[in-house]
Structure formats: C-alpha cells, structure tokens
Ligand binder design. Sequence first.
Ligand code: HEC
Ligand code: HEC
Length: 269
Amino acid sequence: MFNMMKLAVFTGAAILAGQVCAQAAFSPPPESSIPAGPKGIAIQEGRKLLTETHQRLPNNVGNGLNCTSCHLAGGTTPNASPWVGIWGIFPEYRSRSGKLISLQERVNDCFERSMNGKPLPIASTEMNNILAYMQWLSTDVPTGMSVKGRGFGPLDQKLVADAGKGKDVYASKCASCHGAEGAGIKNPAGGYFFPPVWGMDSFNDGAGMARTYTAAAFVKHNMPLGQGGTLTDQEALDVAEYFTHQPRPIYPGKAGDWPKGGKPKDARS
Ligand code: HEC
Ligand code: HEC
C-alpha cells in the first residue's frame, strides 16, 4: 500500500515535470509570412538592427560586434541562443538580476554586456522594431513554452578546464578566422569579417559569453563556424577558458549580479 502510494506520487511528479519541461518544436516562420504594412516594416527594420548592430546603433554599441555575432543567422540557429520562441517566455525570472525581467530588459542586458554599450530606451522605435522581429520569429511557438534548442546546448559541467591546452586548441582551430591575438579580421568598409574574441572591441567581462561554461557550450555547438559539434566537450571547455580570460573590457556593474545568491562557479569577479 505504502509503495503504491509512493508510486502514485512519483508518477504525478513525473507528469508535472513533463509539463514543466515541455518544449515546442523549433520552427521559425517562412520569410513570406512577414506581413505588408507598418508591422512588416518594423520586423524588417528590427532584423537589420540585430544583424548590423555595430553600424546602425553606434551610440549603443561599444565594441565591434553585432547581436548576430553570437545569435547566429538572425537568431534562427538552435543552440546559438535563438530568439525563436522568446517572445512568449518573458517576463522571466533571472537569478543574475534576482527578479523577473522583461524582454526589453533582457535585450538591454546584452547591449550593456555582450555589446559593451548602452541600453536602448524601452519605448524607442528601435526597441519596438527589435521586439517586432522577435515576436515574428516566435509566431508558431505557444506562449510560455521554450523551443527545443533554446540556449547553447549541453556541455558536461563536471569537466575541469585547462587553459594551457585551450591555447593550443585556439591556435589550431580558431586563430585562422579570429586572429592569433583574438582581434578578429576587420572589414575595411566597417565592422568585422570575423569578430574579435578578446580585446577592447570584444564583449565585456560581465557578459554571459565571458563565463567559461557558457562560452564552451556555444563553441561546442557552433565553432569552428560551419563545423559545430566537431570539438570534444573538453576541447571546447579548454579553449573557452583560454579566450574568455584574455584581456577585455571591464563591466563594473557585475558586482551587483546574483543579488539573492546562487552565483555560478564560472561567474567573473
Ligand atoms: C558575445 C555574444 C553575444 C552577443 C554579441 C549578444 N548576445 Fe545575447 N546572449 C548571449 C548569451 C551568452 C546569452 C545567454 C546568457 C545566459 O543566460 O547566461 C544571451 C541571451 C540573450 C537573450 C535571451 C535568450 C533566452 O533564450 O533567454 C536575448 C533576448 C538576447 N541575448 C538578445 C541579444 C541582443 C538584442 C543582442 C544585441 C544587442 C545580443 N543579444 C548580443 C550572448 C550574446
Ligand atoms: C571559419 C572561420 C571561423 C573559425 C575557424 C572559428 N570561428 Fe568563431 N566565428 C566566426 C564568425 C564568422 C563568427 C560570427 C558569426 C556571424 O556574425 O554570423 C564567429 C563567432 C564567434 C564567437 C562569438 C562572437 C565573438 O566574437 O565573441 C566566438 C566566441 C567564437 N566565434 C569563438 C570561436 C572559437 C573558440 C573557435 C575555435 C574553436 C572559432 N570561433 C573558430 C568564424 C570562425
């Protein structure tokens, strides 16, 4: 009897967990579904701001990156922190902020950290255009559900990084595009052909990408570009430890992160 009750409780929890973990299919809408009129124009403008951020928003970007330097292919690549489905996820609780934050605040977090820049005014045309694009990308995703492929994909969290070995991985697998000194390769017309992974034109040390395990998951599934999944978890972790800890802009605001505790082991101090 006791065992049966335990079984019943367990099954209930599993179903509950199943609901909590339910994931929507990864299905960005077809280009042809962008409507005509003001909404369609906003969607197109939003996409341009996210793919050509450095050129189009010089007052808000303090480095050489575009949003899509990390959120690959306009935010439509699974395991490269896609924007598909995030419209119906926010507001969401974030332990780094210690509170519920809106999608606008999440966008501005990346402006201040990943782009080493300044936040956009919440009610600006630019912010609304960015949201219009993210809403369109989320067309077929039920409200409140994450898509399969949200975030950066799995990486063995028990592994321990070796920056010395990471330096060798960097030289053999990354330097051809990102440069021996991490400075990337500039486009003479402005911005970069290959973005910098360290130095003053890169993301700051308060960015998610400055965390070893976060960067490792991105690298594991997406780098070298076009050959995601070819590094082992250990190689991805080693190279991430190496390049994230090279010189880069400092973000003073990170001192206030995780105000309610739970600071992850790879958070920068
Ligand atoms: C240097 C890489 C990088 C760049 C550039 C970047 N981001 Fe991010 N972004 C990240 C990382 C890393 C995360 C996840 C951080 C975490 O949760 O630890 C993220 C998360 C997000 C999320 C939340 C996604 C989710 O599933 O919750 C949004 C929205 C976002 N970024 C928008 C932007 C916008 C808009 C820009 C340009 C202004 C931008 N990002 C530029 C690295 C980057
Ligand atoms: C074939 C060229 C190529 C190789 C090799 C390559 N990358 Fe990249 N990487 C890119 C490009 C291009 C982007 C930006 C994508 C975009 O803008 O669409 C990028 C983006 C990145 C980013 C996010 C943006 C930034 O500048 O911080 C990181 C981090 C990164 N690569 C790390 C690595 C690491 C580590 C390796 C080696 C394991 C590597 N890459 C190998 C081409 C390459």
